[in-house]
Design a protein around this ligand. Structure first.
Ligand code: B4P
Length: 191
């Protein structure tokens, strides 16, 4: 199995690029954001529990997302590999992911960090608000809170992978195809 993490602040293009990379390299795309939004849309018990948290731009509890990811890994035993998008977002999530992958005799090959300027993150998310129904994109204060939560709780995850030599940065500024080509070149060296 070949497993990658796509990493970066909200609006850095994780979701956008993961879909394209999954198709290019025959990987299964696992987005905790998409899974949680499906729960909210289906009005499940879990969806009701996390809806307010997501609307405020806070992180849902670790145990919720850890369990969701473990179930998806378990249900795809023949996968060529996974691309993890929006997960892990805390060091505890990173540890849990390592344990789950070790049980399957596999691991994260590389973390791909998309580097994007602050103003561009806000611009992209406000633009998406015009075409999507995501409540967390509509209010600039919520967007700023998501970025703040990222800096405080999610950025420490970088060190977790950097110490193992797994951390790679990719310039996330520019148009979608240009960034995709940069990611493809970076990944191709390891696949
Ligand atoms: P996510 O769904 O992960 O949302 P996100 O960080 O905003 O990134 P996303 O992938 O959707 O957007 P992208 O940058 O691709 O999380 C949402 C919420 O779920 C979190 O706030 C949290 O509450 C919860 N959650 C999820 N995972 C969790 C976890 N592990 N633990 C705890 N809580 C969790 O794209 C943004 C926009 O930019 C798009 O419109 C796109 O088209 C555009 N874009 C992308 N690249 C572009 C480019 N190069 N140029 C111009 N526009 C571009």
């Amino acid at each position: 199995m070949t497993n990658f993490l796509i990493f970066g602040p909200p609006g850095s293009g994780k979701g956008t690029q993961s879909v394209k990379l999954a198709s290019e390299f025959n990987l299964i795309h696992l987005s905790t954001g998409d899974m949680l939004r499906e729960e909210v849309a289906a009005k499940t018990e879990l969806g009701k529990k996390v809806e307010g948290i997501m609307q405020r731009g806070e992180l849902v509890p670790d145990e919720v997302v850890i369990q969701m990811i473990a179930e998806r890994i378990d249900s795809n035993p023949d996968a060529n590999g996974f691309i993890f998008d929006g997960f892990p977002r805390t060091v505890d999530q990173a540890r849990a992911l390592d344990e789950t992958l070790t049980e399957k005799n596999t691991s994260i090959l590389k973390m791909l960090m998309l580097e994007v300027e602050h103003e561009e993150l806000v611009r992209r998310l406000l633009l998406r608000a015009e075409v999507s129904d995501r409540p967390d994109d509509r209010d600039v204060n919520i967007i700023e809170n998501r970025i703040k939560v990222y800096r405080e709780k999610t950025e420490p995850v970088i060190e977790y992978y950097r110490k193992d030599g797994k951390y790679l940065t990719v310039n996330g500024m520019g148009d979608i195809e240009e960034i995709f080509n940069r990611l493809k070149e970076t990944i191709a060296a390891y696949i």
